[in-house]
Design a binder for this molecule. Structure first.
Ligand SMILES: [Zn+2]
Length: 350
């Protein structure tokens, strides 16, 4: 019965895919339905080097993305009405709807299948693309954390005699005013409102004691020996069992389940909104949406983001940061990020 051969092949394919836990596709009725209404296959999951990886083309197809693979560059381009995603084999760097993002594991191209680490899909990309799938959570108390203070000046621009601690406090105060005005139901607190030193764990404890629903740490960057580096970075906490963006090697701390990791999905949404608003408003270089285990991100018990708005070690960027109106722009961008996050929260399932 040669004319039924395609059906038998389909059944075989579904039987194989059901080995990768696809209960919805294992029943006979779905097999028949799929002859007339093709639906994307369940994405295969495999272990590579001890890391769980998912077939990215199949995974993104379920979200309506069409894929194109460039075998010479090992680049997978995914497009949908929502935007374009570009992934590169052997690289943690990717592009997501115009943002430069960093995954926890490199994407991989193996035997005609393009893989992305399952943790990257589940705890980072999926929340960003589908915040409506997450469980709703409140937004009442927002804690803004101006980086550094007191004897801790933070980064500096030596030529201009500029200290990070001064500018983080000013941006935080501007942001507090903007957020308080934009929604009277929000309680907006600062970890410090003057030039004083507060240890990092204490900042997180203050937020937790206040019952923070959202934590925003404000910083300015610097790099030694390369004054040309400039631009904006946004950080959220590295998910458990992944490496931070700056870590090439694995470390024992990758295995620790930090309090902040309970909020990885919403932090992923928050960071994406924040990075997009900062780049859009400031028109700075996109240094990337990254992950790190900074103490404040590890220890706060709510979605949290750390913003490195610009580089004080770059003279041109330092001059901008030193201007009151530019710091107003930074505060407006962060406030817009909070508002976009609040809109995502209200779209979440109740
Ligand atoms: Zn800092």
């Amino acid at each position: 019965m040669p004319r039924f051969a395609p059906v038998r092949l389909l059944v075989l394919a579904l039987a194989l895919s059901s080995a990768y836990c696809a209960p919805a596709l294992a029943s006979g009725s779905v097999v028949l339905a799929s002859r007339t209404t093709p639906r994307p296959a369940s994405p295969a999951v495999v272990k590579i080097g001890g890391v769980s990886y998912t077939d990215a083309r199949a995974w993104f197809a379920r979200l309506g993305y069409k894929s194109a693979f460039d075998p010479d560059k090992h680049v997978l381009t995914l497009t949908s009405a929502a935007g374009r995603i570009v992934l590169e084999g052997e690289s943690r760097e990717a592009e997501l709807h115009g943002l430069r993002i960093f995954l926890g594991e490199p994407a991989l191209w193996r035997k005609d299948v393009f893989y992305v680490a399952s943790i990257d899909l589940d705890r980072f990309i999926s929340p960003i693309l589908r915040p409506g799938q997450l469980a709703a959570r409140p937004l009442r108390t927002i804690v803004i954390d101006p980086g550094h203070g007191g004897q801790d000046t933070g980064t500096q621009n030596k030529a201009g005699k500029l200290d990070e601690k001064t500018f983080t406090l000013d941006v935080a105060k501007k942001l507090q005013r903007l957020l308080a005005a934009s929604d009277p139901s929000w309680r907006v607190l600062l970890t410090r409102s003057d030039d004083r030193f507060i240890a990092l764990p204490e900042r997180a404890e203050m937020a937790n004691r206040a019952g923070a629903d959202l934590f925003i740490s404000i910083h300015f960057n610097a790099v030694a020996n390369n004054p040309s580096v400039r631009g904006t970075e946004t950080y959220v906490l590295t998910p458990r069992n992944q490496r931070s963006t700056s870590s090439a090697a694995r470390s024992p701390e990758d295995k620790i389940d930090n309090p902040g990791n309970r909020h990885d999905p919403w932090s992923a949404v928050l960071g994406a909104h924040m990075h997009r608003q900062l780049l859009g408003k400031l028109r700075t270089e996109d240094r990337g949406y990254k992950r790190a285990r900074f103490a404040v991100l590890r220890l706060v018990d709510c979605p949290a983001v750390l913003v490195e708005a610009g580089y004080l070690s770059n003279d041109a960027e330092a001059r901008k940061i030193a201007s009151d109106s530019y710091r107003g722009d930074i505060a407006e961008a962060v406030a817009a990020g909070v508002q976009a996050y609040a809109a995502s929260l209200s779209s979440a399932r109740k």
